[in-house]
Design a protein around this ligand. Structure first.
Ligand code: PNS
Length: 189
């Protein structure tokens, strides 16, 4: 591992790669999203991310341009914090951000962004975002992880759609999210 890094640094140069040394740095990553609501797929990704980075910040975008949300940003933040507590993720925290992700990552001293890839359609959505973020901040790396295959079709958008029509989503979101969805009324989640 160390030798590989030395070889690459020797060929490309340490400044361009941005390596501080051959030891793994203390890695902080941001897992950004709208999380309206948090799903079991998100939780699966948080668990995977938390295993490979030192600290993971689940960050809710405040000014998302996605129509009317089911939950307010504050409600989403509360649910994510509750889930982090419930799951016992000791190196995960939750926060919100506005504006550019790269600026937020910089303000947090994060070196990486974590995003999930469920299917090839996600790749088409994610690739330009990752490239734009790299253009805006070449030092910020985007890490992609795949959730467990049982969550490949699970999205917040589908959960909301099914819930609104009275469908059962209780196996796809944490119980506390189901309770809160029920409390919003109008469906039998
Ligand atoms: O859960 P989502 O809606 O797929 O998350 C999208 C998100 C929040 C990751 C993305 O919209 C984002 O990073 N927005 C912040 C604005 C920004 O930095 N835009 C430039 C990079 S494309």
């Amino acid at each position: 591992m160390c030798a590989e890094v030395y070889t690459r640094v020797a060929i490309i140069g340490p400044r361009r790669l941005g390596y501080a040394g051959c030891g793994m740095p203390n890695v902080k990553a941001i897992y950004p999203g709208t999380f309206d609501p948090l799903t079991n797929g998100h939780l699966d990704l948080i668990a995977r991310g938390a295993k490979i980075v030192d600290h993971l910040v689940v960050a809710i975008l405040r000014n998302a341009d996605k129509g009317s949300p089911l939950f307010s940003v504050e409600e989403r933040l509360e649910m994510i914090r509750e889930a982090i507590e419930e799951q016992g993720f000791r190196n995960v925290s939750a926060d919100t951000f506005d504006g550019l992700l790269v600026e937020y990552a910089r303000s947090q001293g994060a070196q990486a962004v974590l995003r999930g890839l469920r299917a090839i359609t996600d790749y088409e959505y994610e690739f330009p975002m990752a490239m734009m973020n790299r253009k805006l901040d070449p030092k910020l790396e985007t890490l992609f992880m795949m959730p467990n295959e049982q969550y490949t079709y699970v999205s917040s958008r589908l959960i909301k759609g099914v819930f609104k029509l009275g469908g059962d989503v209780s196996e796809l979101v944490p119980p506390m999210v189901v309770r809160r969805m029920r409390a919003k009324g109008g469906a039998k989640a």
